[in-house]
Design a protein. Structure first.
Length: 830
């Protein structure tokens, strides 16, 4: 300390060491490594008069000294249970980690540190300790130990500590002063040497006291009442934000907050009046803001060596005040929470009398809070319920302080109520039962709702498991949150296999684009949407389904963001629809066939007979009036009309047979070149009438496997059409070439060609194709190309046409080769 007058203070006790009697010898030995025994005694005395828990640790984190207040916060009865142990051994390694870390920081930095920590055993984290640690250094500057002090933010605890400090300091000071007087009367000249030693010891003690005050963040002061001389330590100047130098009451009172100045002056006047111990909390203005200061001291009477004086300490307690205010706010906060709870909360003593009830508890039992506090638990519930609760209370032990149970309780005026109770036993030190705390919740409505929900879920389960539909729920990301068990019977998957997967993984990929737009449609219009798509079952088979998809709503009618889908197997319906479309197509084709048939009969078949009948009548009635040349011409016209009619009847008969299913394919092996030669010979008369030549390019002797008569009909119709639409003197080319296991036969003419619009529907019976007249006004039947396509396809081939109007046409068709003679070519292994 800066005050030299403190050097004559004697805090030693010559009658005893003040070491606790139960202190183990190994702890004393450890302490001696840091302090000699006299200094240990002085340190122990000093720690006992400090109004807060204080401790000293060695560099191995072991406690080597502490005061009684430190034992109290650890709930330890003797020093032996603390000294020589580490914090981890006292409160557990997990809880001690912060304390070990702070010790290491002090040792490494050599500086004082302050941090917060909860009190041991304080599971509610309501009490907070402010711990300050400072290094104890030897004369060479090396750190020998760590001193620490703990400040409890609990105001009540602080007051108790301060009062204990006041009492103990008073006793110590009186004892010390008495000791000094006795020693001074009994000692002779030899006492001078001893006093020199004492002065040296006091100097060392003051150094330690300075460290302790620094750890406390406190400053020391001393006042001589008769002279008014006031001395401060450096910390006092720092607290008041005053430059070091002479200080007077007027100077430091000038820093006092205006609202506190009168109270401070009154208290200071009492100090000067030598009224013993005092303590004063007040505010000062320092560093630009208010600070709370605690100033305490004690009047010490004078002696023949020292005059009377008032000695004390001062400390900045702003943080303590802040913590106290916060604790008070916390108490108000938790009290408001308890009072506002809908749960029933009460506390009872072991005899059943109430010590606390909240408003919810009072409302439930229909009695005011003051009335309930005069009653016992037995007086407010029926004997049967009370007996059950007492049995449960017997189950609560120190090793198991909490019990939970459900209980149907008779609610006054309302009948039975289902309650959920949590009972906690509260024990004092020594496992002595203090109180029971009851927290009850009325779950009557909840249980009713649960029962209704259980019945609803059971009904839904029965519907879902026995339905022929698949019911599913999907969040916005498309996963399957729920699927009914019926999915097993319909798709072969279990509900567990599908739940959590993406619904799109089961849908046929070609149907996914349509399904992906449903979410957007539901956002725009929340009405249910009907969608049809295909799903792959467990073996990969595609099955048609129809799904009614709509948003999910909760019991309040609010959209949950999920969708519900009710999906039904419509494969049978789809099959029926496909069959219906096929029948419709067949009926449509039959109607076209009927119309075509009657059109041919009404027009194409009638016209030749008109010509035949006309020329026949002329010859019959006026035969002698015509020359031989005229009669020959008429006979030729009759022949041409008859041949045309025969060809028409032949095609009509063949086509009718195919439509009625009476035409069967009889494939056989034959040479294609022979059939082509035969057909060309049959068409030569028609070609010669227009001076048209037919050229065969290919000399390959292909063998094909097809129906001979159908192939002849195909070739006859293609050559007949080529001649019909070729100009006089033109050429027709017939060619054949191999294409894999097929042979392609091509008939090319250089005649009128075909319009592009007609070319598109040339082989179709669905649309009416007007048969154009040939270059010599030859008429067509309208059935030839339709019959050609039918016969080619029935023999496993294909037919195609290329044409440019005004330049000619190229018809080609394929037939299968003899597989025994023309095996399929080997495929490229690459």
């Amino acid at each position: 300390m800066a005050n030299p007058s403190h050097h004559n203070k004697d805090f030693s006790n010559k009658e005893g060491s003040h070491l606790p009697p139960e202190l183990p010898q190994n702890i004393i030995a450890a302490a001696k490594e840091i302090l000699d025994i006299s200094r240990l005694n002085l340190s122990w005395d000093f720690m006992e008069v400090i109004p807060a828990p204080v401790f000293v640790k060695d560099l191995e984190h072991r406690y080597i000294a502490c005061n009684r207040q430190f034992l109290d916060i650890l709930s330890c009865k003797g020093y032996g249970s603390v000294l020589g142990k580490t914090t981890g051994e006292l409160i557990g390694k997990t809880n001690a980690e912060d304390h070990f870390t702070s010790d290491r920081q002090v040792i490494l930095s050599g500086n004082e540190i302050t941090y917060e920590s909860s009190f041991p055993g304080d599971t509610e984290k309501v009490r907070i300790a402010l711990i300050t640690k400072s290094p104890l250094k030897l004369s060479d500057g090396s750190i020998s130990a760590i001193a620490g002090i703990i400040t409890d933010i609990s105001r009540l605890k602080a007051l108790q500590v301060q009062q204990a400090f006041h009492n103990s300091q008073l006793e110590i000071q009186v004892a010390r002063r008495t000791e000094e007087l006795e020693q001074k009367n009994s000692r002779l000249l030899s006492e001078i040497a001893e006093k020199v030693s004492i002065q040296q010891e006091m100097l060392r003690f003051e150094n330690r006291l300075e460290v302790a005050l620094k750890a406390l963040k406190a400053g020391a002061w001393e006042l001589e009442p008769h002279s008014g001389k006031l001395e401060w330590s450096s910390k006092c100047y720092e607290i008041f934000d005053i430059e070091p130098g002479p200080v007077s009451p007027e100077k430091w009172m000038g820093k006092v907050h205006p609202e506190d100045i009168d109270r401070v002056k009154t208290q200071w006047s009492r100090i000067s009046a030598r009224m013993g111990w005092f303590e004063l909390d007040f505010r000062i203005m320092a560093y630009g803001k208010p600070h709370w200061i605690r100033k305490s001291g004690y009047y010490l009477p004078g002696s023949h060596e020292n005059g009377e004086r008032i000695t004390g300490v001062m400390a900045d307690i702003s943080e303590e005040k802040y913590f106290n205010d916060r604790l008070l706010d916390s108490q108000r906060f938790f009290k408001a929470i308890v009072e506002d709870q809908t749960e029933l909360i009460c506390r009872i003593r072991p005899d059943g009398s109430f010590t606390f009830v909240n408003q919810a508890f009072a409302r439930f039992f229909g009695k005011p809070v003051p009335t309930l506090l005069t009653l016992t638990l037995r007086e407010i519930i029926i004997p049967k319920d009370y007996a059950k609760i007492r049995r449960l209370l017997n189950l609560v032990k120190p090793v198991s302080t909490v019990v939970n149970f459900d209980h149907q309780l008779e609610k006054p005026g309302s009948g039975p109520a289902m309650m959920q109770w949590t009972i906690r036993a509260i024990y004092t030190e020594g496992d002595i039962l203090s109180e029971y705390q009851f927290v009850g919740r009325d779950v009557t409505e909840v249980e009713s709702s649960r029962e209704a929900l259980r019945r609803s879920e059971e009904m839904f389960r029965l519907i879902a498991e026995n339905s022929n539909d698949i019911i599913s729920i999907h969040p916005h990301d498309g996963t399957v949150e729920y699927v009914s068990p019926s999915v097993k019977n319909i798709l072969g998957y279990t509900a567990e296999e599908i739940t959590g997967s993406k619904a799109g993984t089961l849908i046929y990929e070609k149907d996914l684009p349509d399904i992906s737009t449903l979410g957007k449609r539901l956002k725009k219009c929340p009405n249910p949407v009907l969608a049809a798509f295909r799903i792959k079952d467990h073996v990969g088979k595609l099955i048609w389904f129809e799904s009614m998809i709509q948003p999910q709503y909760n019991s309040h009618g609010e959209a949950t963001g999920k969708i519900i889908a009710v999906t039904r197997d419509i494969s049978a319906r789809k099959q029926a629809e496909a069959q219906q479309k096929l029948v419709e197509k067949q009926l449509k084709e039959a109607n076209f066939a009927k119309d075509k048939f009657f059109s041919i009969i009404a027009h194409d078949l009638r016209s030749p007979f008109t010509s035949i009948l006309g020329f026949s009548r002329l010859l019959n009635e006026e035969y002698d009036d015509f020359s031989d040349e005229d009669r020959k011409t008429m006979v030729q016209q009759i022949l041409i009309s008859t041949e045309h009619t025969f060809q028409l009847l032949d095609n009509l008969l063949a086509w009718a047979k195919t439509q009625m299913g009476h035409t069967c394919v009889y494939p056989e092996i034959f040479r294609l070149d022979g059939l082509i030669n035969e057909t060309v010979q049959l068409a030569s008369a028609q070609a010669e009438s227009k001076n048209i030549s037919i050229k065969q390019l290919s000399n390959h002797q292909f063998e094909v496997k097809a129906d001979v008569n159908m192939t002849k009909t195909v070739m006859r119709n293609l050559l007949s059409n080529a001649i019909k639409y070729s100009y006089e003197g033109a050429q027709i080319v017939v060619d054949s070439k191999r294409e894999g296991d097929m042979v392609r036969i091509t008939v090319t003419d250089y005649g009128t060609g075909i319009h592009a619009d007609t070319l598109r529907i040339l082989f179709s019976l669905d649309e009416k194709v007007i048969s154009a007249k040939g270059t010599a006004n030859e008429k067509g039947t309208g059935l030839g190309l339709i019959l050609v396509r039918e016969f080619v396809e029935r023999n496993g081939g294909t037919i195609s046409v290329e044409s440019e109007y005004g330049k000619g046409s190229r018809f080609s068709f394929t037939l299968p080769l003899n597989p025994d003679k023309y095996p399929p070519p080997a495929q490229d292994p690459s």
